[in-house]
Design a protein around this ligand. Structure first.
Ligand code: URA
Length: 332
Protein backbone atom coordinates (compact mmCIF):
# COMPACT_ATOMS: atom_id res chain seq x y z
CA UNK A 1 0.00 0.00 0.00
CA UNK A 2 1.47 3.44 -0.84
CA UNK A 3 2.67 5.29 2.22
CA UNK A 4 0.32 8.28 1.92
CA UNK A 5 -2.67 5.97 1.62
CA UNK A 6 -1.53 4.04 4.65
CA UNK A 7 -1.23 7.28 6.64
CA UNK A 8 -4.67 8.38 5.47
CA UNK A 9 -6.14 5.05 6.57
CA UNK A 10 -4.50 5.42 9.97
CA UNK A 11 -5.96 8.91 10.30
CA UNK A 12 -9.37 7.56 9.36
CA UNK A 13 -9.14 4.86 12.01
CA UNK A 14 -7.99 7.33 14.67
CA UNK A 15 -10.81 9.66 13.67
CA UNK A 16 -13.31 6.85 13.99
CA UNK A 17 -12.07 6.04 17.45
CA UNK A 18 -12.17 9.66 18.63
CA UNK A 19 -15.73 10.05 17.36
CA UNK A 20 -16.76 6.89 19.14
CA UNK A 21 -15.20 7.98 22.39
CA UNK A 22 -16.80 11.40 22.08
CA UNK A 23 -20.11 9.73 21.39
CA UNK A 24 -19.74 7.68 24.54
CA UNK A 25 -19.12 10.84 26.48
CA UNK A 26 -15.44 10.51 27.28
CA UNK A 27 -14.53 13.78 28.81
CA UNK A 28 -11.44 15.93 28.23
CA UNK A 29 -11.19 14.70 24.67
CA UNK A 30 -10.71 17.76 22.55
CA UNK A 31 -9.28 16.70 19.24
CA UNK A 32 -9.32 18.29 15.81
CA UNK A 33 -10.44 15.60 13.43
CA UNK A 34 -8.60 15.62 10.09
CA UNK A 35 -10.81 14.92 7.11
CA UNK A 36 -8.08 13.29 5.05
CA UNK A 37 -9.75 10.01 4.23
CA UNK A 38 -8.95 8.43 0.86
CA UNK A 39 -11.87 8.55 -1.56
CA UNK A 40 -12.09 4.77 -1.90
CA UNK A 41 -12.40 4.39 1.84
CA UNK A 42 -14.87 7.30 2.05
CA UNK A 43 -17.05 5.57 -0.51
CA UNK A 44 -16.84 2.29 1.35
CA UNK A 45 -17.72 3.92 4.65
CA UNK A 46 -20.59 5.91 3.30
CA UNK A 47 -22.73 2.84 2.90
CA UNK A 48 -25.74 3.30 5.14
CA UNK A 49 -25.78 1.24 8.33
CA UNK A 50 -27.53 -2.09 7.87
CA UNK A 51 -27.82 -1.32 4.15
CA UNK A 52 -31.21 0.26 4.64
CA UNK A 53 -31.03 3.11 2.19
CA UNK A 54 -34.08 4.94 3.52
CA UNK A 55 -33.57 4.26 7.16
CA UNK A 56 -34.07 7.56 8.94
CA UNK A 57 -33.57 6.12 12.40
CA UNK A 58 -31.08 8.02 14.51
CA UNK A 59 -29.56 7.05 17.78
CA UNK A 60 -32.04 7.87 20.52
CA UNK A 61 -30.97 10.04 23.37
CA UNK A 62 -32.57 7.53 25.70
CA UNK A 63 -33.50 4.03 24.70
CA UNK A 64 -37.15 3.38 25.22
CA UNK A 65 -38.30 -0.11 26.00
CA UNK A 66 -41.53 -1.79 25.00
CA UNK A 67 -44.04 -2.14 27.79
CA UNK A 68 -43.98 -5.53 29.43
CA UNK A 69 -47.45 -6.49 28.12
CA UNK A 70 -46.11 -6.42 24.59
CA UNK A 71 -43.78 -9.24 23.74
CA UNK A 72 -42.97 -7.61 20.40
CA UNK A 73 -39.92 -5.44 20.61
CA UNK A 74 -40.12 -1.96 19.15
CA UNK A 75 -39.43 -1.79 15.45
CA UNK A 76 -36.49 0.53 15.11
CA UNK A 77 -37.40 1.36 11.52
CA UNK A 78 -40.79 2.70 12.49
CA UNK A 79 -39.57 4.72 15.42
CA UNK A 80 -39.61 8.46 14.86
CA UNK A 81 -36.21 10.13 15.07
CA UNK A 82 -35.71 11.37 18.61
CA UNK A 83 -33.49 14.16 17.43
CA UNK A 84 -35.43 15.98 14.74
CA UNK A 85 -33.30 19.07 15.08
CA UNK A 86 -30.32 17.13 13.81
CA UNK A 87 -27.98 18.10 16.60
CA UNK A 88 -26.75 14.55 16.97
CA UNK A 89 -23.11 14.40 15.88
CA UNK A 90 -23.80 11.14 14.13
CA UNK A 91 -26.50 12.70 12.04
CA UNK A 92 -24.21 15.55 11.13
CA UNK A 93 -21.94 13.43 9.00
CA UNK A 94 -20.10 11.51 11.68
CA UNK A 95 -18.59 8.23 10.60
CA UNK A 96 -20.35 6.65 13.54
CA UNK A 97 -23.56 6.86 11.58
CA UNK A 98 -21.97 5.11 8.65
CA UNK A 99 -19.79 2.44 10.19
CA UNK A 100 -19.53 -0.68 8.04
CA UNK A 101 -22.75 -2.58 8.28
CA UNK A 102 -22.94 -6.11 9.57
CA UNK A 103 -24.59 -8.86 7.65
CA UNK A 104 -27.75 -10.08 9.26
CA UNK A 105 -29.23 -13.52 9.30
CA UNK A 106 -32.77 -12.40 9.95
CA UNK A 107 -34.06 -8.86 9.75
CA UNK A 108 -36.98 -9.28 12.10
CA UNK A 109 -37.07 -9.52 15.84
CA UNK A 110 -39.28 -12.43 16.70
CA UNK A 111 -42.00 -11.90 19.25
CA UNK A 112 -41.92 -14.47 22.03
CA UNK A 113 -45.18 -16.10 21.01
CA UNK A 114 -43.96 -16.68 17.47
CA UNK A 115 -40.38 -17.69 18.15
CA UNK A 116 -40.29 -20.34 15.47
CA UNK A 117 -37.05 -22.00 16.32
CA UNK A 118 -36.22 -24.99 14.15
CA UNK A 119 -37.29 -28.30 15.61
CA UNK A 120 -34.24 -30.50 16.03
CA UNK A 121 -33.62 -33.95 17.43
CA UNK A 122 -34.76 -34.77 20.98
CA UNK A 123 -33.68 -32.36 23.67
CA UNK A 124 -30.13 -32.59 24.87
CA UNK A 125 -28.99 -30.19 27.56
CA UNK A 126 -26.37 -27.76 26.34
CA UNK A 127 -22.91 -28.92 27.20
CA UNK A 128 -20.96 -27.31 29.94
CA UNK A 129 -17.64 -25.88 28.80
CA UNK A 130 -14.98 -28.56 29.04
CA UNK A 131 -12.33 -28.30 31.71
CA UNK A 132 -8.84 -27.65 30.39
CA UNK A 133 -7.79 -31.32 30.66
CA UNK A 134 -10.93 -32.47 28.85
CA UNK A 135 -10.49 -29.82 26.21
CA UNK A 136 -6.99 -31.01 25.39
CA UNK A 137 -8.40 -34.49 24.73
CA UNK A 138 -10.41 -33.07 21.86
CA UNK A 139 -7.24 -32.12 20.03
CA UNK A 140 -8.15 -30.22 16.89
CA UNK A 141 -11.76 -31.31 17.00
CA UNK A 142 -13.45 -28.64 19.08
CA UNK A 143 -16.82 -29.51 20.52
CA UNK A 144 -19.66 -27.44 19.16
CA UNK A 145 -23.03 -26.47 20.57
CA UNK A 146 -25.44 -29.35 20.90
CA UNK A 147 -28.58 -29.38 18.79
CA UNK A 148 -31.65 -28.49 20.75
CA UNK A 149 -35.37 -28.71 20.19
CA UNK A 150 -35.97 -26.14 22.88
CA UNK A 151 -37.21 -22.64 22.13
CA UNK A 152 -36.94 -19.40 24.02
CA UNK A 153 -40.57 -19.92 24.96
CA UNK A 154 -40.04 -23.43 26.28
CA UNK A 155 -37.04 -22.24 28.31
CA UNK A 156 -39.13 -19.48 29.85
CA UNK A 157 -41.87 -21.97 30.59
CA UNK A 158 -39.37 -24.23 32.31
CA UNK A 159 -38.12 -21.31 34.42
CA UNK A 160 -41.69 -20.60 35.47
CA UNK A 161 -42.17 -18.65 38.67
CA UNK A 162 -38.70 -19.65 39.73
CA UNK A 163 -37.78 -20.42 43.33
CA UNK A 164 -34.57 -22.35 42.57
CA UNK A 165 -32.34 -19.96 44.51
CA UNK A 166 -32.79 -17.59 47.41
CA UNK A 167 -33.10 -14.50 45.19
CA UNK A 168 -36.84 -15.16 44.78
CA UNK A 169 -37.37 -14.31 48.45
CA UNK A 170 -34.84 -11.49 48.66
CA UNK A 171 -36.99 -8.77 47.17
CA UNK A 172 -37.11 -9.46 43.44
CA UNK A 173 -40.11 -7.86 41.78
CA UNK A 174 -40.04 -10.05 38.71
CA UNK A 175 -37.91 -12.43 36.70
CA UNK A 176 -35.99 -10.57 33.99
CA UNK A 177 -35.72 -12.73 30.91
CA UNK A 178 -33.39 -12.26 27.97
CA UNK A 179 -34.66 -10.14 25.13
CA UNK A 180 -33.94 -9.22 21.51
CA UNK A 181 -33.52 -11.13 18.27
CA UNK A 182 -33.72 -14.87 18.90
CA UNK A 183 -31.80 -15.44 15.67
CA UNK A 184 -29.06 -12.93 16.36
CA UNK A 185 -25.43 -13.25 15.29
CA UNK A 186 -24.41 -11.25 18.33
CA UNK A 187 -25.38 -11.90 21.93
CA UNK A 188 -24.55 -9.95 25.09
CA UNK A 189 -24.51 -11.60 28.50
CA UNK A 190 -24.39 -9.55 31.68
CA UNK A 191 -24.46 -10.38 35.36
CA UNK A 192 -27.91 -9.83 36.84
CA UNK A 193 -30.71 -7.26 36.72
CA UNK A 194 -30.43 -4.06 38.71
CA UNK A 195 -33.22 -1.90 40.09
CA UNK A 196 -34.45 -0.52 36.75
CA UNK A 197 -34.47 -3.96 35.17
CA UNK A 198 -36.31 -5.44 38.16
CA UNK A 199 -38.88 -2.65 37.83
CA UNK A 200 -39.38 -2.86 34.06
CA UNK A 201 -38.80 -6.56 33.42
CA UNK A 202 -36.15 -6.14 30.69
CA UNK A 203 -32.38 -6.55 30.88
CA UNK A 204 -30.07 -3.56 30.57
CA UNK A 205 -32.58 -0.72 30.61
CA UNK A 206 -30.97 1.45 33.29
CA UNK A 207 -27.95 3.75 32.85
CA UNK A 208 -25.60 0.87 32.13
CA UNK A 209 -28.13 -0.41 29.62
CA UNK A 210 -28.29 2.93 27.85
CA UNK A 211 -24.53 2.85 27.52
CA UNK A 212 -24.75 -0.71 26.21
CA UNK A 213 -27.19 0.52 23.56
CA UNK A 214 -24.63 3.10 22.45
CA UNK A 215 -21.92 0.47 22.35
CA UNK A 216 -24.11 -1.72 20.13
CA UNK A 217 -24.91 1.20 17.87
CA UNK A 218 -21.23 2.09 17.78
CA UNK A 219 -20.59 -1.03 15.71
CA UNK A 220 -23.43 -0.28 13.31
CA UNK A 221 -26.12 -2.47 14.84
CA UNK A 222 -29.41 -1.69 16.50
CA UNK A 223 -30.22 -2.96 19.93
CA UNK A 224 -33.17 -4.89 18.56
CA UNK A 225 -30.90 -6.87 16.30
CA UNK A 226 -28.88 -8.49 19.06
CA UNK A 227 -29.85 -10.80 21.90
CA UNK A 228 -29.31 -9.59 25.47
CA UNK A 229 -29.44 -11.66 28.64
CA UNK A 230 -27.91 -12.17 32.04
CA UNK A 231 -26.39 -15.04 33.98
CA UNK A 232 -28.95 -14.39 36.73
CA UNK A 233 -32.51 -13.34 36.04
CA UNK A 234 -33.41 -11.99 39.47
CA UNK A 235 -32.05 -8.88 41.10
CA UNK A 236 -29.65 -9.54 43.97
CA UNK A 237 -30.43 -7.28 46.94
CA UNK A 238 -28.56 -3.99 46.84
CA UNK A 239 -27.20 -4.95 43.42
CA UNK A 240 -24.58 -7.20 44.98
CA UNK A 241 -22.91 -9.77 42.76
CA UNK A 242 -24.82 -13.05 42.64
CA UNK A 243 -23.49 -15.80 44.91
CA UNK A 244 -22.08 -19.01 43.38
CA UNK A 245 -25.17 -21.06 44.33
CA UNK A 246 -27.36 -18.39 42.69
CA UNK A 247 -25.39 -18.36 39.44
CA UNK A 248 -25.31 -22.16 39.45
CA UNK A 249 -29.10 -22.28 39.68
CA UNK A 250 -29.72 -19.77 36.89
CA UNK A 251 -26.83 -20.20 34.47
CA UNK A 252 -28.23 -23.33 32.77
CA UNK A 253 -30.98 -21.22 31.24
CA UNK A 254 -28.72 -18.73 29.49
CA UNK A 255 -26.65 -21.69 28.26
CA UNK A 256 -29.81 -23.23 26.83
CA UNK A 257 -30.63 -19.93 25.15
CA UNK A 258 -27.18 -19.85 23.59
CA UNK A 259 -27.90 -23.30 22.14
CA UNK A 260 -31.18 -21.99 20.69
CA UNK A 261 -29.88 -18.69 19.32
CA UNK A 262 -26.52 -20.08 18.16
CA UNK A 263 -24.90 -16.65 17.87
CA UNK A 264 -21.62 -16.19 16.06
CA UNK A 265 -20.23 -14.04 18.87
CA UNK A 266 -21.07 -13.67 22.55
CA UNK A 267 -19.86 -10.55 24.33
CA UNK A 268 -19.66 -11.24 28.05
CA UNK A 269 -19.94 -8.09 30.11
CA UNK A 270 -17.86 -8.07 33.25
CA UNK A 271 -16.20 -10.68 35.41
CA UNK A 272 -19.29 -12.52 36.66
CA UNK A 273 -20.56 -13.19 33.15
CA UNK A 274 -17.11 -14.08 31.81
CA UNK A 275 -16.29 -16.44 34.67
CA UNK A 276 -19.65 -18.17 34.51
CA UNK A 277 -19.61 -18.69 30.77
CA UNK A 278 -15.96 -19.60 30.33
CA UNK A 279 -15.57 -21.39 33.68
CA UNK A 280 -12.33 -19.63 34.50
CA UNK A 281 -11.30 -17.30 37.28
CA UNK A 282 -8.92 -15.12 35.29
CA UNK A 283 -9.46 -11.39 35.96
CA UNK A 284 -11.59 -9.66 33.35
CA UNK A 285 -8.74 -7.26 32.61
CA UNK A 286 -6.70 -10.26 31.40
CA UNK A 287 -9.56 -12.04 29.63
CA UNK A 288 -10.69 -9.06 27.58
CA UNK A 289 -9.17 -8.10 24.29
CA UNK A 290 -9.09 -11.48 22.63
CA UNK A 291 -11.58 -14.10 21.57
CA UNK A 292 -12.22 -17.19 23.67
CA UNK A 293 -14.24 -20.23 22.70
CA UNK A 294 -17.54 -21.56 23.93
CA UNK A 295 -18.36 -24.66 21.92
CA UNK A 296 -17.34 -23.12 18.63
CA UNK A 297 -18.86 -19.73 19.44
CA UNK A 298 -16.44 -16.82 19.72
CA UNK A 299 -16.59 -15.16 23.12
CA UNK A 300 -15.29 -11.67 23.69
CA UNK A 301 -15.08 -10.70 27.36
CA UNK A 302 -15.10 -6.97 28.00
CA UNK A 303 -15.70 -4.53 30.81
CA UNK A 304 -19.24 -4.18 32.13
CA UNK A 305 -20.95 -0.91 31.11
CA UNK A 306 -21.63 -0.15 34.79
CA UNK A 307 -17.86 -0.18 35.32
CA UNK A 308 -17.47 2.22 32.39
CA UNK A 309 -19.86 4.60 34.12
CA UNK A 310 -17.53 4.59 37.10
CA UNK A 311 -14.33 4.72 35.07
CA UNK A 312 -14.97 6.25 31.62
CA UNK A 313 -11.29 5.85 30.69
CA UNK A 314 -11.96 2.15 30.22
CA UNK A 315 -14.25 2.91 27.28
CA UNK A 316 -11.24 2.85 25.00
CA UNK A 317 -10.59 -0.83 25.78
CA UNK A 318 -14.24 -1.70 25.23
CA UNK A 319 -14.12 0.04 21.88
CA UNK A 320 -11.05 -2.00 20.93
CA UNK A 321 -12.89 -5.19 21.90
CA UNK A 322 -16.02 -4.19 20.00
CA UNK A 323 -14.05 -3.39 16.87
CA UNK A 324 -12.73 -6.95 16.93
CA UNK A 325 -16.28 -8.22 17.29
CA UNK A 326 -17.46 -6.03 14.42
CA UNK A 327 -14.60 -7.09 12.18
CA UNK A 328 -15.18 -10.77 12.93
CA UNK A 329 -18.89 -10.48 12.14
CA UNK A 330 -18.14 -8.57 8.96
CA UNK A 331 -15.74 -11.30 7.88
CA UNK A 332 -18.43 -13.99 8.13
N1 URA B 1 -26.31 -5.08 34.82
C1 URA B 1 -26.38 -6.34 34.36
O1 URA B 1 -25.43 -7.11 34.46
N2 URA B 1 -27.50 -6.71 33.78
C2 URA B 1 -28.55 -5.91 33.62
O2 URA B 1 -29.53 -6.35 33.05
C3 URA B 1 -28.43 -4.60 34.10
C4 URA B 1 -27.31 -4.19 34.70
Amino acid sequence: MPQDQEIAELIADAREQVLYLQELGVEALSVELPAAVPKAKRDRLSRPAMDTANDSYEMPEHHSVAPRESSTLPNAHSRPPTNPGGTDRRAAGSRLAVLPSLTKRTPATLPVENAAIAQGPPLKPPLEPPAAAEASMFGDISPTLSETSETIESIRAEIGDCTRCSLHKLGRKQIVHSTGNFNADLMFVGEAPGGDEDEQGFPFVGRAGQLLTKIIEGIGLKREEVFIGNINRCRPPGNRAPEPDETAACRPFILKEIAVVKPKVIVVLGATAAHNLLQVKTPISKLRGSFHDYFGVKVMPTFHPAYLLRDPNKKREVWEDMKKVRDFLNSK
